[in-house]
Design a protein around this ligand. Structure first.
Ligand code: OOG
Ligand code: NI
Length: 453
């Protein structure tokens, strides 16, 4: 019997993320400039610091660095989001984390579709930050109904994409030919359309309520609004951006520069203003697509995250309106209270680590001591930092606002609703802290059982 051969989700995701990158490169010329800049800065960083290069190679991070991207999209209703969940599952991408941006004056809540197991992350960690518009937060009832009606008219998926998702669910996989078609058809959902589905007056009414509502409602699909490469030195990229004709936002979001990078640092550049053809032959412009770069560090435990949030909050009142240099200086001062040594981060339970046997550990056979610190001390076990694979709501809000023009000060406070987003998705959101904790716990069990039991 001839068994059909199905491609792995990792292969499909890898192809899709490359296809997306190629499409965005053609759509937004500055993206290519940014990729070249990041590539050069990464090369320089690795050449300057051979130990970093060695470490990244040993941790399976060097390979993925060149392909690593995250993107972002915004969808209009629960049907669109639920279908996206099924579509991303084909590529081994699942909803992880809940981000409430309404507190920052953006009427959306979000999750990130991303791979969840170690091998998949090492292969290609492609992630998509996905926001759902919360029309229920809009007070103007007539406009809310109009927006909902416009959204109900569109189908953001091609018939073939829908059919292939169904086939995947029935068969449990896609063949080479089906996967190829799937990538091509799925790409259509995220493509830019310079023709709007509404007339200029409708666009302007929605825009006046909130720019983001116009962006989500007035087009045929959820155009990818940025695609972010990962750098090893974000301060250097920020410095060099102006030299290649890119104007970054005022400050780098997230924690300051440190010896042991934590979580995520991000900066972006302003969205392009692009010509739009509205219905009834109206002409106008819209700003949707922008550029962003990120630097990733170690994932923090709940305790570490609490400390991070407290320090970030403390610095916030002191950094308001400052330029990046002063902003970073104050952040560094405030974050002096956050341990900056891997050993200390680990012993104080502030960050997640993966435990592995060293070469000596592999050769030693069984030992009497089962204390992890003692085993590390004896050089039998090493603790590797686990990379943060997720996002930060305060940073995301800063990025949203920078690209929405910053004028929005409206706050939709106290409306966080994870259960509502899960219902829209048609399934649970995975807790990111649990993923990191599980990875750490399993690695601990593995080394202990190899050495002790
Ligand atoms: C998403 C902004 C958030 C990030 O990296 O935190 C984001 C959006 O503008 O749709 O991409
Ligand atoms: Ni982003």
């Amino acid at each position: 019997m001839n068994q059909p051969h199905y491609l792995s989700a990792d292969v499909i995701r890898d192809r899709f993320s490359r296809a997306m990158s190629t499409m965005y490169q053609a759509e937004v010329p500055q993206y290519e400039t940014l990729l070249n800049l990041v590539d050069q800065v990464n090369r320089d960083a690795l050449a300057r610091d051979p130990a970093l290069a060695e470490r990244l190679a040993a941790y399976d991070e060097l390979e993925r660095l060149g392909v690593e991207r995250h993107g972002a999209i915004r969808v209009g209703n629960t049907e669109e989001l639920a279908m996206l969940r099924r579509l991303f599952a084909v590529m081994g991408m699942h909803p992880v984390g809940y981000y409430d941006l309404s507190v920052a004056g953006v009427p959306v809540h979000s999750t990130a579709f991303r791979p969840i197991d170690d091998m998949a992350l090492a292969r290609n960690p492609f992630r998509l930050f996905t926001s759902l518009l919360r029309l229920e937060l809009i007070e103007n009832g007539a406009l809310r109904d109009r927006a909902a009606a416009i959204l109900a008219e569109r189908d953001i998926f091609t018939p073939a994409a829908r059919e292939l998702v169904e086939r995947f669910e029935q068969q449990g996989g896609l063949t080479e030919a089906e996967a190829e078609r799937f990538v091509t058809e799925t790409l259509e959902t995220f493509r830019w359309h310079s023709d709007a589905t509404v007339d200029l007056a409708t666009y302007e009414a929605l825009h006046a309520e909130h720019r983001l509502i116009a962006d989500v409602v007035c087009f045929r699909g959820p155009h990818i609004n940025h695609l972010t490469p990962r750098t090893l030195d974000i301060d250097e990229v920020q410095r060099r951006m102006s030299k290649v004709g890119i104007k970054p936002k005022a400050v780098i979001e997230g924690p300051p520069r440190r010896n042991c990078p934590i979580l995520l640092r991000q900066t972006s550049f302003k969205a392009l203003e692009e010509p739009i053809r509205f219905s009834c032959r109206d002409q106008g412009t819209h700003t949707a697509r922008f550029g962003e770069i990120e630097q990733r560090g170690i994932a923090l435990t709940a305790e570490g995250r609490t400390l991070y949030d407290r320090l970030l909050g403390e610095s916030r009142t002191r950094t308001l309106g400052l330029d990046n240099e002063s902003h970073q200086r104050i952040l560094s001062d405030v974050f002096a209270a956050f341990p900056d040594d891997e050993g200390e981060l680990r012993r104080r339970g502030l960050a997640f680590f993966e435990y592995r046997l060293t070469e000596t550990g592999k050769a030693v056979g069984k030992v009497a001591d089962s204390d992890l610190d003692a085993l590390i001390e004896r050089g039998l076990v090493e603790a590797r930092p686990i990379t943060y694979e997720d996002f930060l709501p305060v940073s995301a809000a800063g990025i949203f606002q920078s690209n929405l023009g910053g004028g929005e000060s409206q706050v939709y406070a106290g409306k966080s609703n994870r259960a509502m987003l899960e219902e829209a998705l048609g399934g649970p959101i995975i807790d990111e802290l649990e993923l990191y904790a599980k990875r750490e716990r399993r690695s601990k069990e593995r080394v202990i059982s190899a050495l002790v039991n």
